[in-house]
Design a protein around this ligand. Structure first.
Ligand code: ZN
Ligand code: ZN
Length: 388
């Protein structure tokens, strides 16, 4: 299997969450070629590929498939051909790695079962739940361990992980602020939701700085703010979308309570006649690596690749849903994808944040090698740590 061609093809044809039809078809066809039993349409567009060889442990390997609503600016010859859709998080790399790992395990010099899971809609933090709810573990068996990996903006080929809490829990909120619309020349006849939204955005920034201990990591980002259509119309409504990242349930509760209090109070301060709407649209638990599984997995990867410990990330993942739902240990790690020369230059200049495009950036572009090879080797080594 030519993994570089496969990767370039997937990269050029990104698909949004729960619309990964072409990607799923590619994953299914390649898995069949390798000799897997393949089931499509699990949890929407999810694909399950099973490689069996007698009795023994079952290892689940997971790759997510979806892309993002980002306009690619990498200038790569294999850049996205889909307008405003891009594999900006590297899930194309994850699919390629997993197919490469299945190919590497096809000769069955092991016993047990490899349960390869191609998951939709990670970016909605909904795909893992959808597959579990569609009977993933009832239909295909409960694995003994769940393993997964993500490409990251570190030197290509380098593996980083940690035991225990690895990624933050995430809550996504949609806040609807109701004003009263009217003519832009007569604000006295209206309740202006634009001013209300602006005041709310600024006040919400005091939650992290004034209401949470400096020792507790929390992020509160307002990634979307929408109101109005035209300069001389005061609209009737404004909408905010918030993303909250926390590592502790008590802190999370406190932050969510503070948001509710501030949103309601700002609406009241504006004279809004209708209570604002506050809806949690996504809630993803923290990603916690089982300490024993992490050490066993990394002991297998260490002879192959450079392995380092990483601090916890404020980013979030729905990978943890699988291990929780199956009630088995899981381990998730990161594989660097940044050109090592570029990374070294940025590090020397103290400009990593500025010069190394991170996941979700329109310039995010993992180098093909050694990223492809490292991810496949890590996954195969990790799987073999559990297969007999
Ligand atoms: Zn992402
Ligand atoms: Zn991702």
């Amino acid at each position: 299997m030519n993994l570089a061609d496969l990767y370039r093809d997937l990269h050029a044809h990104p698909e949004l969450s729960f619309a990964e039809h072409r990607t799923a078809a590619v994953a299914a066809a390649r898995s069949r070629d390798i000799g897997c039993e393949v089931t499509e349409g699990v949890g929407g567009t999810g694909v399950v590929a099973v490689l069996r060889n007698g009795s023994g442990p079952t290892v689940m390997l997971r790759a997510d498939m979806d892309a993002l609503p980002v306009t690619e600016q990498t200038g790569l010859p294999y850049a996205s051909v889909e307008p405003e859709v891009m594999h900006a998080c590297g899930h194309d790399m994850h699919v390629t790695w997993l197919l490469g790992a299945l190919d590497g395990l096809r000769h069955k010099d092991w016993t047990g079962t490899v349960l390869a899971v191609f998951q939709p809609a990670e970016e909605y933090a909904a795909g893992a739940r959808a597959m579990v709810d569609d009977g993933l573990f009832d239909r295909f068996g409960r694995p003994d361990v769940v393993l997964g990996q993500h490409v990251a903006p570190w030197p290509a080929g380098e593996v980083r992980y940690r035991a225990g809490t690895t990624m933050a829990g995430m809550d996504s909120l949609t806040v609807r602020l109701f004003g009263q619309g009217g003519h832009g020349s007569r604000p006295e006849t209206t309740v202006d939701p634009v001013v209300l939204a602006a005041a709310t955005v600024l006040r919400l920034q005091t939650v992290v700085s004034r209401e949470v201990s400096g020792l507790e990591p929390v992020v509160l980002t307002i990634g979307s703010l929408h109101a109005g259509t035209k300069s001389n119309i005061i609209p009737a409504e404004a909408e905010l979308q918030l993303s909250i990242r926390t590592f502790d349930e008590a802190v999370r509760r406190r932050v969510l309570d503070a948001i509710t209090r501030i949103v309601r109070a700002e609406a009241a301060a504006s004279g809004a006649v209708q209570e604002p709407g506050i809806e949690v649209t996504i809630a993803t638990p923290m990603l916690v690596n089982d300490a024993e599984a992490a050490e066993r997995t990394m002991a297998a990867i260490r002879p192959e690749l450079t392995v380092r410990i990483t601090p916890p990330a404020m980013a979030s993942e729905d990978f943890g849903v699988f291990g929780r739902a199956a009630g088995v240990p899981s381990c998730f790690w990161f594989v660097g994808g940044t050109d090592p020369g570029l990374f070294a230059d940025a590090e020397a200049a103290g400009r990593i944040d500025q010069d190394v495009p991170s996941n979700h950036s329109p310039r995010f572009a993992p180098v093909l090698e050694p990223t492809l090879d490292a991810g496949v080797r890590a996954l195969v080594a990790a799987a073999r740590a559990y297969l007999r």
